[in-house]
Design a binder for this molecule. Sequence first.
Ligand SMILES: [Zn+2]
Ligand SMILES: [Zn+2]
Length: 287
Amino acid sequence: MIQSVRTFAGKKPCLDILIPYVSLHLACFALLITGISWRGVAIFLGSYFVRAFGLGVGYHRYFAHRSFKTSRAFQFVLAVLGSVAIQRGVLWWAETHRYHHRHADTPGDIHSPRYQGFLYAHAGWFVDQKNRETKVTGVSDLAKFPELNWLNDWKWYCVPVGTYTLLLYLFFGGEGLVWGLAVSTVILWHTTHWIQSMSHSYGGYRRFSSEDHSRNHWLLGVLSLGEFHNNHHHAPSSSRQGVVWWEFDFGYYILRILSWFGVVWDLKLPPKSTGPSAIQPQLEQNL
Ligand SMILES: [Zn+2]
Ligand SMILES: [Zn+2]
């Protein structure tokens, strides 16, 4: 187990994270130069989808929750795809997310809109110096793989991110950098941030009476390839997060297809009590 409770007094931004974070937001204004085109939108969709998969299925469902099994080679592929989402290294991401689940919506949570404020839960925690360090003791099961440690190290982490950026430029030129990198990364950032802020505060619906204040948002579920957050907090180790047909869980659909080819296996499912017969939609507000 890692440290018991984090405190958030004296918040201070970490400049080597804040500067790229702000820069990529500003780079989106280059759309005023390149203009909007179908080619640009297609580049955006392709880049977004690949990295949302790497983040949602790789970083979240596999590394943070071990909700399925795979080979060491495909594990590495998932780590690289998650890395190019530019949400920091795989060990850091998995550890901070496990920490969130252990302390969800308590004073010790790393990003709770209830205790740290909406904006801090949305993005502030991501650039806060306090959260910069990777607490490897919280991910000892992952830290035993040297290739994951390399990818988590800042200088090696830049290799997949730099290579991805270069490929976008070589294949698609300026549109690749604007649509494929800047716009795609910023929207993916805020999709993830939405889970930490909105999905623990306002709107949507609660299907299960979890002890935290997690909520499902249908649009977020679609944009994030299946992150229905209240369902997820109810059964965090499940590889499937949508529990009825209209909760489109594209991440799980892809995992099912990959399982047919033996790329992944032992997909964990929600307990029987989580099935449609146990559905208890709740619409109460929690803040
Ligand atoms: Zn949560
Ligand atoms: Zn989770």
